[in-house]
Design a protein around this ligand. Structure first.
Ligand code: FE
Length: 203
């Protein structure tokens, strides 16, 4: 599904990357400190929004229907909208279909629901390999799917940003919406992981 309309990274993005590379090379910043800051945005702030969307869909059938029908407006119902989230599409995982998202040309990513993309999402290796050998790539994320499950790879384009709706884990019938949101990892919403079965389970 790759297409030629996806824009390359913006000039500011390229300049920031060049600056970061230079600062690290000159040993003026510790890459670990940069990673730590990115981790805060990536894992502790951003994906929490997407997790709330998923948890709501798990507990509210009507909401889920709206989400699958018009993701942008359903996500905005929870207050998440804005740049890189103007044209959202939600992909529902089922026992027979597992969805994975990528931007093969650059690093398009749904910022309002997931925050900033992780480094690997932007890597040339992920962007090319997940299309060619998705099952191999998923294995590297320790995700092995039954051969009966079809893997669908979705390539972001100039407008559309995807969010995967992972399957609700078994044994979570009594969970509150907030507890359910704790199970929804960033990776499960990109499609390289599953929702956790307990909040303490590390990724
Ligand atoms: Fe992109």
């Amino acid at each position: 599904m790759s297409n030629s309309t996806t824009k390359p990274p913006s000039s500011p993005a390229l300049r920031v990357k060049a600056l970061e590379t230079l600062l690290v090379e000159k040993q003026l910043v510790d890459p670990k400190a940069v990673d730590e800051l990115v981790d805060i945005v990536e894992n502790r702030i951003g994906p929490r929004n997407g997790a709330r969307v998923v948890a709501r869909a798990w507990v509210d059938e009507d909401y889920k229907r709206r989400l699958l029908h018009n993701a942008t407006s359903a996500i905005a119902e929870l207050g998440y909208s804005g740049g890189q989230g103007e044209h959202m599409v939600v992909l529902e995982n089922t026992p027979s279909v597992h969805n994975v998202t990528v931007c093969t040309l650059c690093s398009c990513y749904p910022w309002p629901t997931l925050g900033l993309p992780p480094t690997w999402y932007k890597s040339a290796a992920y962007r090319s390999r997940v299309v060619l050998e998705p099952r191999e790539v998923l294995k590297e994320f320790e995700l092995v799917l039954p051969s009966s499950t079809e893997v669908r790879v979705w390539d972001s384009n100039a407008e559309i940003r995807y969010l995967v709706l992972p399957m609700r884990p078994e044994g979570t019938e009594g969970f509150s919406e907030e507890q359910l949101a704790d199970l929804v990892s960033r990776d499960s919403m990109i499609g390289v992981g599953l929702a956790l079965s307990s909040p303490t389970q590390s990724e």
